[in-house]
Write a protein that binds this ligand. Structure first.
Ligand SMILES: Cc1cc2nc3c(=O)[nH]c(=O)nc-3n(C[C@H](O)[C@H](O)[C@H](O)COP(=O)(O)OP(=O)(O)OC[C@H]3O[C@@H](n4cnc5c(N)ncnc54)[C@H](O)[C@@H]3O)c2cc1C
Length: 397
């Protein structure tokens, strides 16, 4: 005998829990299945444990998707302000950090976001089951039939909320893409996004002594996309918010151009310093605006000369400006899904309704959250997509 539910949601992450709460409010009998031992594992580690749950400034331009208009409907049906209201209703305190990013603060952290979602799901018509592996999904006349390791379940609506491939150690699997393939839905090629860069051997050797040093930077990808945020040198390569952001726009083999002094007028600094202190070394002059060790490494790499300012000829003077404002690095790759915050690509949005997240051609099958070909910038945009897509699906399942 199979158990019957109106809605089965596979994946008890951000999107799945949001969808369950909304479907539950409509009186639907909902079952959430997850193969993990507990819900919302990515929420728990997000934002260093403080969960950057949304952003004050959210628009379609903060998302990468083959169809840039796709996200508009869901983002307007359930906005960042709606989620902020929910967080406030549950008494969770939060703060705004750079670029409008909202994080839990004080006594409140990521655990409270998970608790809040579970509280929203706390209704007699919503069941959550963990350590559930779904082996088989079949389309049947009344909807879908699922075989898990413990049960056979039938449902009218099936929601796939199993996320992307990033951080397999947290339970990420390609399950959602396989379901899409089973039902003949196209999947956009997936790659790691919001991920640190690794470097070619020589660059790595040159730069690894800078490990731990952070500088403000402006990084530009070959497609012209630019982010101005901190850059962090690590023992593996380059990280920090500006690098994570640009990694989603970088393609293998491309270079990135880095302005290491985005808040300085280097030409004016050099001109004024040369007039006032002609015997001062370039290294000491630049040490006013950059970590000394970074200048030394650029000198060792012959990307800067080490001379008194008065000896810099026109070409060398220009080279200093070029190196600092347009420092080029060709990453040899990224750290991959092991450390990536998100997965680029995923279930093609052309096969889904932007209003409901239901498959256009397969009644009752929905995809929500990161499993779809929707990837947000760093800054709370990925969770906002989970809340918005989960909410809209919850109104229709
Ligand atoms: C370290 C880190 C920090 C992050 N910080 C932020 C942040 O601060 N702000 C932000 O907006 N975004 C952040 N993100 C991104 C964000 O966590 C994700 O975009 C979001 O969690 C995706 O939610 P989801 O519900 O689509 O999928 P997930 O959260 O990945 O949930 C999917 C669920 O499905 C389950 N599942 C997977 N496969 C199966 C299967 N085969 N059978 C059954 N269950 C399965 C998983 O166990 C999981 O519970 C961060 C990501 C990482 C890795």
């Amino acid at each position: 005998m199979s158990e019957k539910f109106d809605v089965v949601i596979i994946g008890a992450g951000a999107a799945g829990l949001m969808c369950a709460a909304e479907a539950g409010k409509r009186g639907r009998k909902v079952l959430v299945l997850d193969h993990a031992k507990k819900p919302g594992r990515k929420i728990l580690i997000a934002g260093g444990g403080r969960c950057n749950f949304t952003n004050y400034d959210v628009s379609a331009s903060n998302y990468l998707c083959q169809n840039p208009h796709f996200v508009k409907s869901a983002l307007s049906q359930y906005t960042n302000w709606d989620f902020i209201s929910m967080v406030s209703k549950h008494g969770i305190e939060f703060e705004e950090r750079d670029h409008g990013q909202l994080f839990c603060v004080g006594d409140y952290d990521s655990k409270d976001i998970v608790k809040m979602l579970l509280a929203e799901c706390n209704m007699p018509n919503i069941a959550l089951r963990y350590q559930q592996d779904v082996h088989l999904i079949e389309k049947v006349e009344s909807g879908y039939s699922l075989h898990s390791n413990t049960d056979v379940i039938e449902c009218e609506s099936l929601v796939i909320a199993t996320g992307g491939l990033s951080m397999p150690k947290l339970g990420a699997t390609p399950f959602g893409y396989k379901v899409a393939e089973q039902f003949g839905l196209p999947v956009q090629p997936t790659t790691a996004g919001l991920v640190p860069f690794t470097l070619h051997k020589q660059d790595k050797e040159d730069l690894e002594t800078l490990s731990g040093i952070a500088v403000p930077a402006e990084i530009t990808a070959e497609d012209g996309t630019l982010f101005k945020e901190a850059l962090l040198f690590t023992h593996r390569g380059l990280s920090g918010p500006s690098v994570l952001q640009i990694s989603s726009f970088w393609k293998a083999g491309q270079r990135v151009t880095i302005n290491l002094v985005p808040n300085e007028d280097i030409e004016a600094l050099l001109t004024n310093s040369r007039e006032k202190h002609p015997n001062q070394s370039l290294k000491n002059t630049l040490a006013k605006v950059l970590p000394k060790r970074l200048i030394e490494v650029l000198i060792e790499r012959k990307e800067l000369v080490d001379k008194p300012l008065k000896q810099l000829n026109h070409k060398e003077f220009q080279q200093v400006i070029d190196t600092l404002e347009r420092w080029e690095i060709a990453p040899n790759g990224t750290e991959g899904y092991r450390t990536a915050e998100v997965t680029l690509g995923g279930v093609d949005t052309d096969s889904l309704s932007s209003k409901t997240m239901e498959c256009k051609k397969i009644k009752g099958l929905y995809f929500i959250g990161e499993v779809m070909d929707v990837t947000g910038w760093l800054g709370g945009y990925n969770f906002q997509w989970c809340w918005s897509s989960g909410f809209v699906a919850g109104q229709w399942v």
